[in-house]
Design a protein around this ligand. Structure first.
Ligand SMILES: C[S@@+](CC[C@H](N)C(=O)[O-])C[C@H]1O[C@@H](n2cnc3c(N)ncnc32)[C@H](O)[C@@H]1O
Length: 325
């Protein structure tokens, strides 16, 4: 199968199932479950977050290589940011939630460059060294085991890859002021991750820098973003103007991170050279259960692991590598 028809088979949208609560991932790390969630409509569309969306877009445009062979967004949700990746030959949208991906399929399923993959980032089904560029935005703040996640992400990179990762900053200005005025019991200077609501974490920039380094990820740029998340500003200035103003603070905000959102750009110098691989399913995927590579094609949309014999398939445009709970 060629790169293009990886995404072209069976592109009918999936029905939305009922909402579910958190699930335990087979890897033993809890995973937040967005299956059936109304994230697009309840959080983004018409919800007054045009400024946040615009800021994130400017940050990504500055940090991402504009083109390349293959980019993957990890935790891509409904594909909100996918138009930023159109300079790439192949665009992988990876998420744990099949219904979020189904939403992305509705928007992007007609474009043969897109590959939709359901799976758990703690058990990555993408092959080692398979990505030129990796993006992860608004996902780290749901990760209960950042070192395990970063180890998986690092394995997807090769020597000339770029990874752009966003995380929520525990040591943001609002938290510092609240702590100094005793309106908040926890210290923003304590390096440990803060789980402020179940499965929602804020991270200290120093702690995150150490974990990125431990995972073999070398940060070459850090931006602070979304400095102006204040209703008084958001209600009185056009979102794009506020976002442009914010972008002037990206660099200084990266040096002195007080913004609620931090973007880092990293490379993985200890990885192998860029592989010469094609984009066929047998070359793009590994077994998420036992990491065996390559998988064997047993049909146009069916793969089998030669070691553990598990089978994985593509339905309604989505390659499904979620393991049973
Ligand atoms: C807040 S949404 C962000 C979506 C998108 N990145 C955006 O900014 O619009 C978080 C996404 O991360 C996904 N996610 C969380 N944990 C995951 C995991 N362990 N593996 C894969 N995806 C995960 C969720 O399913 C959800 O779609």
């Amino acid at each position: 199968m060629s790169a293009n028809n990886l995404a072209a088979v069976n592109c009918t949208a999936i029905e939305k199932p009922n909402n579910k609560t958190d699930a335990a991932a087979p890897a033993g790390v809890p995973v937040i479950d967005y299956e059936g969630s109304g994230y697009r409509l309840d959080f983004w569309e018409g919800q007054g977050r045009e400024y946040e969306d615009a800021v994130e877009r400017i940050a990504l445009q500055r940090l991402l290589p504009p083109q390349g062979r293959r980019i993957a967004e990890i935790g891509a949700g409904f594909g909100r940011l996918a138009d930023l990746y159109l300079g790439y030959d192949q665009i992988v949208l990876f998420d744990y939630s099949r219904t979020m991906l189904a939403d992305a399929v509705r928007k992007w399923g007609h474009d043969p460059r897109f590959v939709f993959v359901a799976g758990n980032l703690y058990q990555m089904p993408l092959a080692e060294g398979s990505l030129d560029t990796l993006v992860m935005v608004r996902v780290m703040h749901h990760l209960a085991n950042v070192p395990a996640a970063l180890a998986q992400l690092q394995s997807l990179l090769h020597q000339s890859s770029t990874a752009v990762l966003e995380y929520a900053n525990k040591r943001n200005l609002k938290a510092v002021l609240r702590w100094l005025t005793r309106r908040q019991p926890w210290s923003p200077f304590d390096p440990a991750p803060l789980e402020f609501v179940a499965m929602n974490f804020d991270f200290h920039p120093g702690w995150m820098a150490a974990k990125l380094n431990d995972a073999g990820l070398r940060v070459d740029e850090r931006f602070g973003a979304s400095h102006f998340r204040l209703p008084a500003l958001k209600n009185n200035l056009p979102a794009h103007r506020l976002a442009r103003l914010d972008s002037h603070l990206f660099r200084i905000g990266g040096k002195f991170p007080l913004a609620p959102s931090i973007f880092v750009r990293a490379t993985a110098p200890d990885t192998a050279e860029r592989p010469q691989s094609e984009a066929s399913p047998t070359q793009l995927f590994r077994c998420p259960a036992c990491a065996t590579y390559p998988l064997a094609a047993i049909g146009p949309t069916q793969l089998q692991c030669p070691s553990c014999t598990r089978q994985y398939g593509q339905t309604n445009c989505i390659w499904d590598f979620k393991l049973p709970e």
